[in-house]
Every structure is written in structure tokens, then in C-alpha cells.
Design a protein around this ligand. Sequence first.
Ligand code: PEP
Ligand code: MG
Length: 324
Amino acid sequence: QRAEWAKLRNEPTVTPDGHHVELAANIGTPADVAGVLENGGEAVGLYRTEFLYMGRDQLPTEEEQYKAYKAVLEKMEGKPVVVRTLDIGGDKELPYLQLPKEMNPFLGFRAIRLCLEREDIFRTQLRALLRASVHGSLRIMFPMIATLDEFRQAKALLLEEKAKLAAEGTPASDEIQLGIMVEIPSTAVMADQFAKEVDFFSIGTNDLIQYTMAADRMNERVSYLYQPYNPAILRLVKMVIDAAHREGKWAGMCGEMAGDTTAIPLLLGLGLDEFSMSATSILPARSQIVKLSLSEMRQLAARAIELSTAEEVVALVNGHQPRA
Ligand code: PEP
Ligand code: MG
């Protein structure tokens, strides 16, 4: 099996009936890029920038961030890199920000909500990203977007910083794609509207599942409700992908589900364009996908979303799939 995976390292991910998808990696630091390339990653689909802010006693400077983003872009040698802006709050705290304790941190002041209020923090990150953008193929993604207004505000701040940099004579790329995480049900439901304004979607199933099922992803007692294969989740995923495609945009996924052997046939069939996962899952996923016919997986996915329970979905997939 390992020999088979090794052979696929430099191959594109194409189904027997000629459909190409992109297999990307989730990373947390520039040092993770080596593993992405070793494992045949075609892109970075999620760079979680929180780690730049964590384990220290003050905010990272624009220069520190610029260096980190530049390093990732350069090491990826022109392959796309999706950088997610700061997603702090929830389970990830920053002691030096001294945020008040909340009753429901996962429903509270986090990610883009914090960034739109603390513009100083957000603008610094955006400037560092814009400056780094000339060193590779940068895509910027905002986390925890719940309304179109949040996206518009965040985009306006990005454009303001870009104009300021231009006035200072600092170049930034004009090719930066701008997208959002779809991890809040309201955004999945409104995907048709968002698709007119964003360049891409990346579905964050880790949070989308917890918010759709109202089941804390960290709470063992309700973990039975944390159901990636629940048809409710599959239907939301389908809405997002279809909405993107109707506007000529692409849809990816960067939650754990994207690298899950049982989910992959369904996601392929639903038309997902980009799968972003831990680097070590890439070659196993590629060896699975190159054996799956897109037209069969389309039929499989169409049947799955008509089923009533997660168990039925799993049984359907297991009955269909050539086992690796
Ligand atoms: C997600 O919610 O699916 C996601 C990728 O983001 P995180 O796991 O960092 O919340
Ligand atoms: Mg998330």
C-alpha cells in the first residue's frame, strides 16, 4: 500500500472518468510545509494562523507575520495557499487579550467577530498578508462568517489596507482570491447570496456539524449527535457546492470530514472541488479517489441525501465502495 501511495506523490488526483479534484493540506506553521510537499499536497487549503498568536505574551507584529506568510508562500513554490485570518476565541484563548469569560464561548466573541471589533489586530494581519502576497499564490479566507455584512466589512478593511500600501509604494498582488469558511448554518443556507460576492467557499465541517446539530464538538456526552454523515449535513454541503458552481466559483472543505474515507465518495459525488486535510491523509485519499467513478459517486450522493439517518448513509457507502 505504501508503495502504491508513493507512486501517486507527483500525480494529479483524477477519477477514472477524468474528473480532477485538488487535494490540499491543513497547516499551522511554516515548518509544516515540508510535510505537505512530501505527501504530494497540491495546495495549502487551510493555514490556521492562530498559532502565530498563541504561546506568547503579546500580539505578533506585522513583520513577524509577514515573514511567516512569505515563508509558506515561497516554500509552496506558486501552489495555492489559503490563509485563514485569526480564529481566536471559542476553545482557543489568548491570555494577553484579557477577553471577558463567556457563558457559551463557541457562540460568543470569536474569530471574525473579534477581528471586526479589534480592527487594530485585524488590519495588522491584513497588511502582513497583502505584503506577502507577491511571493506566491495567496488566497485569504475569513472564519466564522455568519452574515453577508460581516464579509463585506472584512473585505472593505482589506481593500483599505491595500490602498494604503499602494499609496506607500508597497506592492500587493491583484490576483488574491477572497473566500470564507462556511461553518455556520446561516451561511450555508444563504450560500447562493454569498456566492455572488466571494471567490470561493471552504466548508468547515468541524464547526458546521456542531452548530447544525447543536452538539459541542468537545463534549463526550453529546458526541453521539456529532454526525458527519447525517443527511442534514450532506444537504447543507450540497447547497454550498451547488451555490458556488452556479456562480462559477469553487467549493472546498477543510474540516476533518474532507479526509474521511467514508465521506470522500459522497463529497466527490456532491461535486466538491478541493479537499483539505492533514498532510498524511493526502496520499491515502488520492489512492481512493483515482479508483472512484464520478458518475457513480454522483448517483451514490444523490441517494444518500434522500436517506433519513446517518446509519443509513454509512451502510449505503460501505455497500458501494471498493475497499482500499
Ligand atoms: C472547521 O471548523 O471545520 C475548521 C476547519 O476550523 P477549526 O477546526 O480550526 O475550527
Ligand atoms: Mg472552525
